[in-house]
Every structure is written in C-alpha cells, then in structure tokens.
Write a protein that binds this ligand. Structure first.
Ligand code: PRP
Length: 183
C-alpha cells in the first residue's frame, strides 16, 4: 500500500521506502558479518515484526532459521503494561542456539525486557535484539538492542508492520497518523 493511497490519513511520512530499503540492507550486512561463522535463529515477534522479518531475512546471505512468538501485553490501548502473556511460543528448543530477536519497534521496552528474560532462561548460546525502530524518549526499562534501524520521536506511528486498530500494517512507509483517524 502506497502512502499516496492514504489520502489525508497520514500527517507525515517519517521513513520512506528508499530509506527502509537502505537501512534493511545495512542491518543485514552487519548481521551477516557478526554471525559469519554461526548458525543463526531469527525470532520474529508477531505481528508487527512481519515486514521487517520478511525484508531483513531476505537481505541476509546465509540460510538462517526463522521462528515466531506472539505475545500480548495486558491492558489494551497504545501503551504496553509490562505484563506479558505468550499467545504463541517458539516451535523449537533454543538451547545452545544463537538467537536474534527481530522487532519492529522498541517503545517502552517492557515487552522486550520480559521477552529477553524469558528467552535467556531457556539456555541459548546468545540472545541479541534487532529492532527496526526505537523511541529513545519512551524507554522505561533498560534494553540494549545490538542493532537499531532508526531512532524516532515519541509519536504514534503506523506502517511497515505497525498498526492502528490492526490497520495500516501494509503501508510501505512509516508515518504519523492524522488525529482525525482516532476520533
Ligand atoms: C508492539 C511492538 C513491540 C511492542 C513494543 O507490539 O511490535 O512488540 O509493541 O512496545 P514496548 O516497547 O512498549 O513494550 P504490539 O503489542 O502493539 O503488538 P503487534 O506487534 O501485534 O502490533
């Protein structure tokens, strides 16, 4: 879905398609280099990471494995509560594996912080995080992703996997939603 199709729904495009493409290639090159001699397992966090995972994994040069988790924060709305429940767990044992968690956005950090504790308790060889976007001003807990695509302002953004009421995930760009869409 092109941003042009949105009419007045977006107030601003924060990250356009060309910038997404370039950043994905840059991240993939870094991961390729860092894991050159390792067997890598990518863990995508549904549903937001879908687009990042699809593009990033295809930009890698090695045949990685992929798995998915779905988690849900208690307390609806646009902010996480930090209390997380697993809706779909990994299909495999990660003991001794090199795991790279792939996220679309690091907001308060509560989801990832919980997820990292959970994954590390399973005895992996390593767990690192790649997040396509991060909101430094929204961070409530210390989470240090090894790979960060873009630092963005603390605004509600949609597109490239991120939704508002489950819509706009299929937007090719990342942008801010116009206030009239909420009301
Ligand atoms: C988003 C995003 C992260 C989390 C980040 O997922 O994909 O997993 O929120 O927020 P936090 O840093 O404040 O914890 P969301 O719960 O909206 O689910 P979705 O990916 O299915 O849209």
């Amino acid at each position: 879905m092109d941003s042009a199709d949105l009419g007045k729904d977006l107030t601003e495009v924060l990250i356009d398609e060309a910038s997404i493409d370039a950043k994905i290639r840059e991240l993939a090159a870094a991961v390729d280099a860092d894991y050159a001699d390792k067997d890598l397992l990518l863990v995508g966090v549904l549903k937001g990471a879908l687009m990042v995972m699809a593009d990033f994994s295809r930009a890698l040069t090695s045949p990685v494995e992929m798995d998915w988790m779905a988690v849900s924060s208690y307390g609806a709305g646009t902010k996480s509560s930090g209390v997380v429940r697993i809706l779909k767990d990994l299909d495999r044992d990660i003991t001794g594996r090199h795991v790279l968690v792939v996220e679309d956005i690091l907001d308060s950090g509560l989801t990832l912080s919980w997820l990292l504790r959970n994954l590390r308790s399973r005895g992996p060889a390593s767990v690192e995080v790649l997040t396509f976007m991060r909101k430094p001003d929204a961070l409530k807990v210390q989470v240090e992703p090894r790979y960060v695509g873009f630092d963005i302002p603390n605004e509600f953004v949609v597109g490239y996997g991120l939704d508002y009421a489950e819509k706009y995930r299929n937007l090719r760009v990342v942008g801010t939603l116009a206030p009239h869409v909420y009301s």
